[in-house]
Design a protein around this ligand. Structure first.
Ligand code: PRP
Length: 193
């Protein structure tokens, strides 16, 4: 979909910049695998929905056309108050035991999702469970988790695009942009006229 189909949100990272940075991350991942003398390729796990575009890029750039497994994680609690607990679903088929798992995320915010997934896969017998994320918001961190590969660190702004949504919208936007309600309203009014 062309960019003009969307409100003119402020671009934080263009699609080109994301792809270039993902390329650099993949080179780091491959370097680390060589140094570690890994005999087997990593077991790639995308945390859906948001991480799909990033995971597709990693898969494309990483040697071996490895499968990307998917797992869903959601915070739950009562009403609008998050309990801080993370529920995992799907991914029963992921062959984590005895493998080096590489989690692929679009964004790490509080860190709870990555922590829950690392505990889950290490508990299943993974040799290691590293994390690669396109974006990280360090100022929002509640639990400290080691992030092995970070595309960009960002301030605490509401970002959408390249997989990230607002109520299910804007995931297909090619760039990472900052959501602003005024910009969205102006666009909707212009389209309505
Ligand atoms: C986002 C993101 C991570 C999680 C990070 O998912 O994709 O999985 O939040 O947050 P945390 O560090 O605070 O745990 P989201 O819940 O928006 O679901 P989605 O990917 O399906 O949009």
């Amino acid at each position: 979909m062309p960019q003009s189909s969307f409100p003119a949100f402020r671009v934080l990272f263009s699609n080109d910049a994301i792809l270039r940075r993902t390329h650099e991350l993949v080179r780091c991942i491959e370097h680390d695998l060589r140094v570690a003398g890994a005999k087997e390729p990593p077991c790639l796990v995308a945390v859906i929905e948001g991480a799909r575009p990033f995971a597709r890029q990693v898969q494309k750039l990483l040697a071996g056309n490895l499968p990307v497994y998917e797992v869903r994680a959601s915070s739950y609690g009562t009403g609008t108050v998050s309990s801080g607990k993370v529920a995992l679903s799907g991914g029963a088929e992921i062959p984590a035991r005895g493998r080096h798992v590489l989690l692929l995320e679009d964004i790490v915010d509080t860190g709870r999702t990555i922590k829950a997934l690392q505990e889950h896969f290490l508990g299943q017998g993974a040799l290691s469970c590293r994390a690669a994320t396109m974006l990280s918001k360090p100022s929002r961190r509640v639990v400290q988790v080691p992030l092995d590969y970070v595309g960009f660190e960002i301030p605490d702004e509401f970002v959408i695009g390249f997989g990230m949504d607002l109520d299910g919208r804007y995931r297909e936007l090619p760039d990472v942009v900052v959501y602003e309600q005024d910009v969205e309203r102006a666009f909707q009014q212009a389209v309505a006229h």
